[in-house]
Ligand binder design. Structure first.
Ligand SMILES: [Zn+2]
Length: 368
């Protein structure tokens, strides 16, 4: 039998061009995804508005507040046509092993810096989205170093060329993978693993890990923990309990190495997030574009200064919003139907609030 994930129909470039080939189509789509229940003023919640002729903004009829289709979102302040963004999203979400900024530059007909910025902004959207979700159930957990060997050799503590990250794969009771999460950590110490687990694992999950002592710190996040002690070396790869987490570690390393020749270690969190995001949505290739656009509209702007910083610096300076709205179901790229009216309150309000904080605190980012 054919593998149903690998052989699913997908979403062809021809279909994409038919749906989002013009600026007008892209604008209409974004409007529907941002305001599925009709326009709403972020200041007074007024629903009636007019569009200005001189500038592409919506003006509230009640309080005259103005905002553009993309203000307060990851697309904020872009000078590019929306068709370029949509094509980038299509290429990034449909390429199974990722697409490098250099390849994106050629496909989009933009300069390298622009392609890099688009790519990293979209990867940031993926990261913030998946960071807002937790893994549940049976979770296989392993420690990995980027830039070093996975097994054998010295555990790369203190080595500047190795970046430690945690790989976690949740599996169902048949042992099949459901979703995964890979996060850079500051090291394999109990305190750090506890911090990671509280953020990324649901309490009562059953965590299975190798013998590394710090992993028992997942108990601090309310998880159960089973330790499988192996002799180390290549033997533990074949251990049944670690089949998936090891496969995924192999895949992510191959994927990143094969697509991106050299990546800056400080940006590793985004590359890992991109890989996980695509894997976690592998059953619905057709919905990839509307879903990513939907969350991109809820992700606060990411100025270049911030984009170039390491993830840890961003975390220390500024806590970005986490997107908690459930993704609506998209049918043939139509208007999403939001699950509840509470969800319809839409993270946008929150996003705009944070955007204001970001603007007020702009001085924070000077010098980076
Ligand atoms: Zn208003």
């Amino acid at each position: 039998m054919k593998n149903q994930v690998q052989f699913q129909k997908g979403y062809s470039l021809i279909e994409f061009m038919k749906d989002y080939g013009t600026e007008d189509q892209c604008r209409k789509a974004l409007f529907l995804w941002r305001w599925p229940q009709g326009y709403k003023c972020p200041e007074c919640e007024g629903r009636s508005y007019c569009t200005l002729k001189a500038r592409a903004v919506f003006q509230c009829n009640r309080c005259h507040h103005q905002q553009s289709l993309i203000s307060g979102t990851i697309f904020s302040a872009t000078k590019l046509p929306l068709t370029t963004w949509f094509l980038a999203i299509h290429l990034i979400t449909q390429a199974k092993t990722g697409i490098a900024a250099l390849a994106l530059q050629r496909q989009l007909g933009v300069c390298y810096n622009t392609a890099w910025s688009i790519k990293h902004k979209l990867m940031q959207v993926m990261k913030e989205r998946d960071d807002s979700k937790v893994l549940t159930g049976i979770i296989q957990l392993d420690d990995v170093y980027w830039g070093g060997e996975h097994h054998g050799g010295k555990r790369g503590r203190g080595s500047p060329n190795k970046t430690p990250f945690v790989a976690a794969v949740s599996v169902n009771d048949k042992g099949h993978p459901i979703s995964m999460n890979m996060n850079v950590v500051e090291g394999f110490r109990s305190k750090e693993i506890a911090r990671w687990a509280k953020r990324h694992l649901s309490p009562n999950s059953e965590v299975v890990s190798d013998g590394l002592a710090c992993f028992s710190a997942v108990k601090e996040a309310g998880c159960q923990h089973t330790r499988i002690v192996t002799g180390g070396g290549p033997d533990c790869v074949s251990l049944q309990s670690f089949t998936w987490v090891n496969t995924m570690i192999g895949n992510v390393k191959r994927s990143i190495n094969g697509t991106y020749h050299a990546i800056d270690h400080k940006h590793l969190p985004r590359y890992l997030a991109e890989f996980c995001y695509r894997f976690n949505r592998r059953f619905v290739l057709e919905d990839m574009l509307p879903r990513l656009c939907y969350v991109a509209l809820q992700t606060p702007p990411m100025p270049m200064r911030l984009l170039k910083m390491a993830d840890t610096h961003i975390r220390h300076i500024y806590i970005r919003s986490s997107i908690s709205t459930p993704t609506p179901t998209f049918k043939n790229n139509s208007i999403p139907s939001l699950p509840t009216s509470a969800a319809a309150k839409y993270q946008i309000d929150n996003t705009l609030y944070l955007y204001k904080v970001l603007k007020i605190n702009n001085f924070l980012f000077r010098g980076y």
